[in-house]
Design a protein around this ligand. Structure first.
Ligand code: ATR
Length: 283
């Protein structure tokens, strides 16, 4: 029941109406009996710099931040946690009596999902990462945190964006290299392929970021950050070749669970959140 004392959490994005985060977080808040409500705010890009002051004025307790605001909101915060600083993007803001701290829980999200959904207690030595946008940024950071990963090959439609991302996160280029999009060789050798492009996302679900599915084989893990549809064309290709195919719902779940823990100080009811997310996203 919403009362005068109910606290407000939410997500800002543009667009944001499709977000599954309200369903996931409200289910968790209800399960834990916490007097908060989680809503979606559609914030146009030119308003992103006002988000910090708006949070203070309205005493909004916490926000998730999604496309296209993850970098723009940083300037309005009082503190950026070390991990968010290193990644160069914020996806979670906590408001503690008007003092705003920015966090990034996306790297935790992919790491936890690779472990739990991908069955990868240890990551394989060779990884291919497709994309160079916001999602790829947090994933590259997470991969570089895993010492067992020896070689990360970045491929992106716009090669210059991949070059810039690699130079920022792995300036000595000790483990990251960029090669032309579409070159199948690194995919053949990789133990793990992660798609962090938006290719394959509904409504353009008849597309795959991998042109030649003969690169897939048993023993590989193929992770698609796209989760609408749940079973993308890429995952179908991977599965048909005997690879382990994992959709991106778990990354969304675990970044949300970590954000919830930052805001509430209590451990997240992950099973409740997963069920709500699955129901909200659908098939
Ligand atoms: P996000 O924050 O979700 O990662 P983004 O920053 O817009 O979103 O990044 C989208 C990624 O998908 C980029 O790597 C983009 O490639 P470009 O850097 O060349 O734009 C990739 N992408 C989007 N549409 C694509 C397409 N049709 N073919 C290949 N790559 C595509």
């Amino acid at each position: 029941m919403i009362s005068g004392a109910t606290g407000v959490l939410g997500v800002i994005g543009h667009p944001v109406a499709h977000s599954a985060s309200p369903a996931m977080h409200n289910a968790a808040l209800q399960a834990d009996g916490l007097d908060f409500v989680y809503v979606a705010f559609c914030v146009p890009p030119e308003r992103a710099t006002a988000v910090g002051d708006s949070m203070r004025a309205l005493a909004i307790a916490g926000l998730n931040v999604t496309v296209p605001h993850k970098q723009a909101v940083m300037a309005g915060l009082d503190e950026i946690a070390a991990e968010a600083q290193a990644i160069g993007a914020v996806n979670t803001i906590a408001n503690r009596d008007g003092y705003l701290t920015g966090y990034n829980t996306d790297a935790h999200g992919i790491a936890a999902s690779l472990r739990q959904d991908g069955g990868l207690e240890r990551l394989p030595p060779r990884v291919v990462l497709l994309g160079a946008g916001g999602a790829a940024r947090a994933i590259l950071y997470a991969l570089l945190q895993a010492p067992e990963v020896e070689e990360i090959t970045l491929q992106n439609r716009t090669a210059s964006r991949a070059e810039a991302l690699a130079a920022e996160l792995d300036p000595a280029a000790t483990r990251t290299r960029v090669i032309a999009a579409g070159d199948p060789e690194p995919l053949r050798r990789a133990g793990l392929l992660i798609n962090a492009t938006s290719v394959g996302m509904a409504p353009a679900a008849d597309a795959s970021p991998v042109a030649d599915p003969s690169v897939f084989r048993a023993g590989q893990v193929v992770y698609d950050t796209v989760y609408r549809p749940r079973r993308t064309l890429l995952l179908q290709q991977a599965e048909a070749a005997g690879a382990r195919a994992v959709g991106g719902l778990g990354m969304l779940l675990h970044q949300g669970a970590r954000a919830y823990e930052i805001w509430t100080g209590t451990s997240a009811p992950v099973a409740v959140m997963r069920r709500a997310l699955e129901a909200a996203v659908g098939p």
